[in-house]
Design a protein around this ligand. Sequence first.
Ligand code: NAD
Length: 482
Amino acid sequence: MVITYTPSGLFIGGHHVPGSGRSFHVDNPADGQIIATVSDGDATDAAHAVEAAAAAATGWARTSPRRRSEILYTAFELMLRNRRELAELIVAENGKCVADADAEITYAAEYLRWFAEEAVRNDGTYTHAPGGGTRSIVHRQPIGIAALVTPWNYPAAMVTRKIGPALAAGCTVVLKPAAETPLTALRLAKILSEAGVPDGVVNVVPTTDPAAVVSTWLQDPRVRKLSFTGSTPVGRLLLHQAADRVVNASMELGGNAPFIVTRDADLDHAVAGAMVAKFRNSGQACTAANRFYIHEDVASQFAARFADRVSGLRVGPASDPDNQIGPLINAEAVSTITDLVDNTVHHGARIAARATCGIDSRNGYFYPPTVLVDVRADADIIGHEIFGPVAPIVTWNDERTLLDYVNNSEAGLAAYIYAGELQHALRLGESIQAGMIGINRGLISDPAAPFGGMKQSGLGREGGHEGLHDYTETQYLSVDWP
Ligand code: NAD
């Protein structure tokens, strides 16, 4: 995969800067080849990024909401104009198939459009105090410099989902993308700059030492916000660090989404939804369906139709645009999933389908899409975020047991329900401890809706109206009116 964009440094103060002088390689997970060499930020670079964000903070906070909105809208248009180049970057550094990369650009750009629209709707209130006399004015101010930390699985969308609302609210940002996928984030910073974002408002520091960079930010008194997307263990660690200076923290963490099919569901529709919920991005999505709970009366029919679709999936590098399932992010992911599946089979499960994967996993980190049946409800794989193209099926026959299975998890990000009656689906949905529920749908992510999890899947919401609020501080002015 040839890429035309080769960033020459970190992105600080509106320019590429060399930083510490060290660098690291970015490889293509489809073949392990090095595609770029990127500057490796350290604690000093992290401090420079905060300096730049601080220098730009007052000007950006005072920029009119309308102007901030126009700039974000221009960035949305520029993303779409450059969609091919951006999709190629995502394919090269993340490995996802062309259709997934292209869909991510649309999804990522939509966050900029949505928050361009939200920038001018940062409403407050003006009320009479209940006892009369005084008036209460409540408004939202930009919270301050925001430290953003993003994962590798959506190199563009996780960046715009944070930068969009931060900039709309009037905050400046320092961003640390995952070391696996720094190129898309650097390119997006450039696009935002081309769209009119002033120097220093957006700063990007790729690094192989995330702890040094992020802890530098969290110790700086000018940084007032942390927004993290990634695994629950790292999120927990950062919450501890944020507590030292009581930094406002938003956490988008790991999931373990159940996919439920009731006895009266439309099975073809459910299978189509399962393909999307499970195999988008090769299963490497926090919202990916992780465990399938199918009513026992329809389980064998569902499994047969699902297995048929899965066996036909085309696995391979994105250099063939017809391939639907790309590689996993690294060799460790292949080995973890191999162990999980082997262990499940060892404990009595059966492989009902496995797509053909013509590529040796030593030449790219591929794992064949797999459907497992006869899986025990307490199997290891059920409690584990698989993060790959494997679908374990458990059967159920009474709803109380089903809800026990579903809610017996510390994760509570997403869930999917396929049911014949909407009323039934809504009742089930309200009983499930998850922040987002897809009803007769396998795709729930939407910039206009609040994205986030319950329990250990996170704190706060991104997108929707809530997304903007996460980057604001509420201030109340009590006004005497003699
Ligand atoms: P990860 O936690 O390993 O890494 C996420 C980010 O944290 C990366 O930028 C990484 O460099 C950084 N990081 C790692 N250790 C750090 C440390 N000690 N200090 C500071 N930063 C550190 O997660 P990942 O493997 O990149 O992503 C996969 C995970 O992310 C999955 O669990 C997935 O469910 C979750 N995820 C959640 C959402 C959501 O919206 N809830 C979205 C995408 C991914």
